[in-house]
Design a binder for this molecule. Sequence first.
Ligand code: PLP
Length: 637
Amino acid sequence: ASLYKVDGWGAPYFSVNSSGNVSIRPYGTDTQPHQEIDLLKVVKKASDPRSEGGLGLQLPLIVRLPDVLKNRLESLQSAFDLAVHSNGYESHYQGVYPVKCNQDRFVVEDIVKFGSGFRFGLEAGSKPELLLAMSCLCKGSPEALLVCNGFKDAEYISLALVARKLALNTVIVLEQEEEVDLVIDLSRRLAVRPVIGVRAKLRTKHSGHFGSTSGEKGKFGLTTTQILRVVKKLEHVGMLECLQLLHFHIGSQIPSTTLLADGVSEAAQIYCELVRLGACMQVIDIGGGLGIDYDGSKSGGSDISVSYSLEEYASAVVQAVKFVCDRKAVKHPMLCSESGRAIVSHHSVLIFEAVSATVAETPAMTSVGLQYLIEGLSEEAHADYRNLSAAAMRGEYETCLIYCDQLKQRCVEQFKEGSLGMEQLASVDGLCDLVSKLIGLSDPIRTYHVNLSVFTSIPDFWGIGQLFPIIPIHRLDQRPGVKGILSDLTCDSDGKIDKFIGGESSLPLHEMEGEGGVSGVGGKYYLGMFLGGAYEEALGGIHNLFGGPSVVRVSQSDGPHSFAVTRAVPGPSCGDVLRVMQHEPELMFETLKHRAEEFLHEDGIGNGMSHASLATGLARSFHNMPYLMLQSSSCGY
Ligand code: PLP
């Protein structure tokens, strides 16, 4: 566990149990020992058709943990409640979840359900997000906020006004100055009194990757001048009392409470000014930014680490707002945050399997091979070979490497001009590998091929180099013997993971079965990517037409296994992903079937394959997931 720093990034939800498997504590520190869930057992139940009650789902697999989601939500609320009480703050905290972080229906519905006791709401940034937020909040607390952010057209604003008509506590946050004209016009036409918010472009700048849109030149929000113009316009049409919320967002993963307090103080000053100008202000919405400590270092020194706890975050916000408002004698506003990453990151774990690993080749330089090699060499290459042997006898290893490089280069040239065969070239490679190995310079990093698409499941690693904790989920009681990088199934050189938390360029891994290791689970070697519940599912693409993983929803249960699978959904099939790119699997199937009828009949290449079995096999290929099927070796034909 210490090798993979599980206690750092995993606490309080993930640890390693006495069997050497990753263990989940669904209620964080409130989890009792008998409530802990063995992740390997979950994976076996979900994927192994032979295990008792096994569901036979294909990997990769997302294990979704609603209990963890509930705990995150409650912990965030408690942190703010505590800060409000201990600082004598005279209003309350009421958060919203930005659905863009993970729009999965069950994630959003769970958040609304778990948060209804403390009026937790939703934030939407587009029309479909608004539609889903509206329908989900029908089951939430009537006071829960529905914050409408993002670029808006007339249809978006009309929809938000309809939401208010449906008694959903909707706030239209102006992100662009022009939006105010649409809001004024449409609210009159639809006869709805809107609640308006304004997003301020703060001067406070978050310097990390996620802060590139903050500061004066940021992409979103209104400048001081624009806010003043909006106030005048609303005043002019008698709607200034509709302006009730001030919003800002200085970027995700705010590294420290110093930066946070700086931004919140600036926003609180704007809030007080809006009060002075006559707006009926009620809420400060501090946006997202509550960070996750992906590497467990608590350093706050990089995009993947933050130096504060939930309690410290909440306390910094409450104190900063209180300080500014007290000095200006302004009533304390309700505090809202749009924390996404901090709510959903922990609740899902992506499980994938290593398929094979490159084996550090032991070059078999038989005397025949060597003889064969020497015979084919040019005069110069022959001289290199003799010099190499002499240097090796003298123990001059540096010199050996120089001659190896020289020899290899000459042989490649000879191969290109056609005077050296493939076998001879392979012998030279083997000889040089052997020399490197003997003098301890061979590349010790292996490549583990994993049944996964980085583009689909870890897009932020490919896109912005974001690191996530990735570890084997079992065999953690055995010291890993090798180091490796992970290479995915896509035909793309970017489809690999070669950077890991802690700045490492390889991951300690166990030998796969067949290489001297015993995995204990039928030769399978499972890895998990943790803390990826935010953004990754929403951003993932279908490069090479690999779709999303299968999903199981796993709750703590007091039954014999300490967990129950409450939902199991196979990932998109080949047919599903083909449909995304406008193909029509049904027509494709018919075309192939006709072709089969034509050709199987014509030249008899069927060799026992009937039309019927071919059709069944084809249908199965459309129906199965695009990933490697590692559970059964038989194909459908
Ligand atoms: N609110 C807004 C306006 C955002 O742009 C974002 C994401 O960048 C969030 C909330 C969520 O931020 P986080 O995931 O850091 O909580």
